[in-house]
Design a binder for this molecule. Sequence first.
Ligand code: NAI
Length: 298
Amino acid sequence: MSELRFDGRVAVVTGAGHGLGRSHALSLAERGAKVVVNDLGGALDGTGASTGPAAEVVELITKNGGEAVVSGDDVATPEGAEAIVQSAIDAFGRVDIVVNNAGILRDRSFGKMSVEEWDAVIAVHLRGAFLVTRAAFSHLKEQAYGRIVNTSSPSGLFGSFGQANYSTAKMGLVGLTKTLGLEGARADIRVNAIAPIAWTRMTESLLPAEFEARFTAERISPLVAYLAHESCETSGEVFSVGAGRVARVFVAEGPGWKQDDHTAEDIRDNWEAIMTEQPYLTPTTLGQQSGASLKAML
Ligand code: NAI
């Protein structure tokens, strides 16, 4: 079996100073990609900044014979996002891959969540992915090639107590992934998302101690490498990944219940049928969904 190589390709990995991003950057570099190692280098809640962690990753890549540069810019500002992509152009002349991975946490139960806590988390995860992708997109379109991997989360897909800001951002990334998958298709820009579980500084206080050895960041990076590779033609999909297991996550619509001119009482009385899952549809575009729904409605 041939090895998946990235020779000649340039990757931007955001939030690559620690955890998952660090592992993705090392793995892509080991497979021949030139990498922009971006990290603001702050604390888990996004406060503070340092280029130390990103510089360490670059040093490690260089020591292993790879090529990488540091970007200490903030994904959450238009100037920072432009600067991150510009680092790739300046150092390596192009950009092919964007791994949107940077993230922070400001957990708080909804009733106590401040506007600032909401905004800060949405800004890094959702706005950051939008801004960095936007900065790269014109380059990708022009060269008619690109691979984008967004980092969603089971918290967004399924909900998580105390994480209204984070789960909203992470589900927002699913919408971005799906729409960009459609808009990028003609220019061979494939866009997918991962929903990982791994032992990092973000999760070490939440996961049971016995997870540390099995839920490693290194067990997330092979999926990212495949989704970032030119041989991957899949787009607009989301994958659950952790501890060596990978699964497609999909949004499905149940068969539904129908009665013309129904009342609220009819809804109540047919709730079980409305909630039924099987047989479900898994439309991959709005066109497919509305086509199928219209057929069931008419
Ligand atoms: P981490 O805290 O080790 O890594 C996040 C990195 O993003 C840090 O190095 C941080 O400095 C950087 N960062 C934060 N704000 C930034 C900004 N504005 N600009 C540039 N860099 C910034 O955490 P981990 O676990 O590696 O998280 C990586 C991604 O994976 C995040 O998006 C996280 O939400 C997501 N994720 C992680 C899960 C896990 O189980 N570890 C579960 C689901 C999602």
